[in-house]
Design a protein. Structure first.
Length: 185
């Protein structure tokens, strides 16, 4: 019976049937099936995160980069960090010109304010407006807070295993992105 392609999206056999990308080594079939389930679960999480992002962008009528900028500004406010345009540009990995356009758009939309830096008169302080903070909390914040329960229900050892897995996965994928030139198909 043929496999449903949506079920096979994250399986090794669905993405690498000729074993060109992943060496299965000495892994037992049940280990490979469990890894496939793990990859499918990660894909499911990414899909939900995309839905949350799209819903939040629609709710707040903003673009993805705008939402990331506001999230950063909220985090800065929550941690007592004075945010400057340069800090925001580095976080978003965008040019200063793009940052200026972004800030102009967010300020015109009533989402942030620019004021004098409290200790550096040459710098500008960016702050998210209270109305925007409340809207972000009601949309994306509420959804992301739902992650706390499943994490809290894990034991300390289980959380360490998940942390190690996610850190190693991110590092391996970043290394792959940084070091590989795509081969022609």
């Amino acid at each position: 019976m043929p496999t449903d392609p949506s079920d096979a999206m994250f399986s090794l056999d669905g993405s690498d049937p000729q074993h060109l990308l992943v060496d299965r080594g000495d892994l037992a079939p049940e280990d490979l099936q469990q890894i496939d389930r793990l990859m499918k679960a990660m894909g499911g999480l990414r899909a939900v995160e995309r839905r949350i992002s799209a819903a939040s962008q629609k709710y707040m009528q903003l673009k993805e980069t705008d939402m990331r900028a506001l999230h950063f500004l909220v985090t800065c406010a929550n941690t007592g960090t004075v945010c400057t345009p340069g800090m925001l540009a580095r976080f978003l990995e965008i040019s200063t010109a793009s940052t200026t356009k972004l800030l102009d758009r967010l300020e015109a939309g009533g989402h942030l304010t620019r004021s004098s830096h409290p200790t550096d008169r040459r710098a500008v302080r960016l702050q998210v407006r209270d109305e925007t903070r409340r809207a972000a909390r009601a949309s994306v914040g509420r959804h992301h807070a739902a992650r706390f329960g499943p994490a809290a229900r894990l034991s300390a050892d289980e959380r360490e295993t998940v942390i190690r897995f996610l850190d190693e996965t991110a590092r391996a994928m970043s290394d792959s992105l940084d070091s590989a030139d795509p081969e022609p198909v």
